[in-house]
Design a protein around this ligand. Structure first.
Ligand SMILES: [Ca+2]
Ligand SMILES: [Ca+2]
Ligand SMILES: [Ca+2]
Length: 466
């Protein structure tokens, strides 16, 4: 009586055919794209605002105390010197924010400021070509390495910015229209006069910091294996390493962190933030962030030398190393599975590599021998004039960017309350981020534009499952 309870013979034949076809499907293998444990054994199952703020699931109890102390230092604000809380003073004189968390809110991502607000989690890096001691780019002579929109009392802040936005219009192959927002920047209220001629400016939003320990501990050789600077295999994807100076050994090593991979490890990234964005001196970068022309900045009291003790610094580094990565969601959804296939077919995984590994040499047992799924190759790619900032950074050119990890993408809205993406936060969502890809990413972008509406939705559902 009930047709669905007793399938007809043709129905069974269809089921069998599908099973057989599925079994000997010669299509690309999507298995690495559908792994639930994005961060290997560090992965946590947490779908809340605190999804990026958890200790690694495999953290041994001896390391938990360090995690929570480091967490507190990451979150709490530094204060102006001299203060009775002398372990916490030394803020500024020039600064962008009072805590790491002010930019990496809930260990997540920043965003461009609203109209009329000063930029906090969007940082403007400065340089002038050819002015460094060895002919490399040097800092802007009066403003230094970045714009500090805030200052302590008695010191002039460096200025603020107005973002002008131009609308660009395009259409998908199926005729559906889209709009992109292209930002440009007008610097206002400059505290120390105009910028030097030829000053190059790079806008950079604070990225999420989850899984930094895993990214830091991938053996250099594994990343370098993917370098194809001359594109010898002819797939249109080059991939270059940024080599940056390790301030301790003075040797050049692989750059891994930052939008142009300009920092080699968590310690260098952390001391750069303390120095450049909070005005806090560390042993790795001992001076104050004041240029010679900034007299009041140079004359202001400091919080000691260093302002961040080595012990405190180590705990903040350790905290970031053991920050968990959230598990994937909705992996059984047909849309997510289709999206994984489209991701492969569009060539996304040529740069957003689904799998990386640490080995037994990783600094912490929790990070050793982990296979994880960050969706990055940690290499630089030329993303064309579409995304160029025209400011070289180490060996990265003005149009090269490091492939950003995509893990945690689907939880960003929950954690940070927004879906802005890309180095300057110009994309309002993942679809816009793809549409901005140019250069080596142009073929992928065009493949995405050629998809049907339901395939595009599936690709976005896949990204949302990350
Ligand atoms: Ca200071
Ligand atoms: Ca500055
Ligand atoms: Ca290639």
């Amino acid at each position: 009586m009930n047709a669905s309870a007793s399938p007809s013979w043709p129905g069974i034949a269809l089921l069998l055919t599908t099973a057989l076809l599925g079994g000997c499907d010669r299509g690309p293998d999507v298995t690495p794209l559908l792994q639930s444990q994005s961060g290997g054994d560090t992965t946590v199952h947490e779908n809340s605002r605190q999804a990026f703020s958890q200790p690694a699931a495999n953290l041994v109890s001896a390391d938990r105390a360090t995690f929570f102390v480091g967490n507190a230092f990451f979150n709490s604000p530094w204060v102006v010197a001299p203060a009775s809380a002398s372990a916490r003073d030394g803020l500024g004189p020039l600064f962008n924010a009072r805590s790491c968390d002010a930019c990496h809110n809930n260990d997540g991502r920043g965003q461009p400021p609203l109209p009329g607000e000063p930029p906090v989690s969007l940082v403007f890096q400065f340089s002038v070509p050819g002015t460094g001691p060895h002919g490399e780019a040097g800092p802007e002579p009066t403003y230094g390495g970045n714009l500090n929109p805030f200052a302590i009392g008695g010191v002039s802040a460096e200025g603020t910015v107005r973002i002008d936005v131009r609308e660009l219009h395009g259409t998908f192959a199926d005729g559906e229209a889209y709009t992109l927002l292209e930002p440009s920047y007008v610097f206002e209220d400059l505290g120390y006069g105009p910028f030097a001629p030829k000053t190059e400016i790079s806008p950079r939003v604070a990225p999420a910091v989850i899984g930094s320990g895993l990214l830091e501990q991938v053996p250099e050789a594994q990343v370098l294996e993917w370098v194809d600077a001359e594109d010898r295999d002819g797939d249109g994807i080059s991939g270059r390493a940024n080599h940056v100076v390790d301030l301790v050994t003075q040797k050049k090593v692989l750059g891994r962190f930052g939008w142009k991979a300009n920092q080699p490890d968590i310690a260098h990234q952390t001391s750069a933030a303390f120095s450049g964005e909070m005005g806090m001196a560390t042993s790795l970068r001992p001076g104050q962030n004041c240029m010679p022309a900034q007299a009041a900045c140079n004359a202001a009291p400091t919080g000691g030398a260093p302002e961040i003790s080595d012990d405190m610094f180590d705990r903040i580094v350790q905290y970031q190393r053991t920050l968990a990565v959230p598990a994937r969601r909705n992996l059984d959804s047909p849309a997510v599975k289709t999206g994984a296939r489209r991701f492969l077919e569009a060539g996304c995984s040529a740069c957003h590599r689904p799998e990386l590994r640490t080995d037994a040499t990783a600094v912490l047992p929790e990070l050793q021998n982990q296979t994880f799924h960050a969706f990055t190759d940690l290499l630089l790619h030329d993303m064309g004039p579409e995304l160029a900032d025209y400011r070289p950074d180490g060996e990265a050119t003005g149009s090269e960017w490091r492939t950003p990890p995509l893990w945690g993408l689907g939880l960003q809205h929950l954690v940070n309350g927004h879906t802005r993406l890309l180095h300057d936060g110009r994309a309002r969502n993942a679809s816009e981020a793809i549409l901005w890809h140019g250069g080596e990413g142009a073929a992928s972008r065009d493949a995405y534009k050629a998809l049907s509406r339901s395939d595009r939705d599936a690709l976005i559902a896949f990204l949302d499952s990350l």
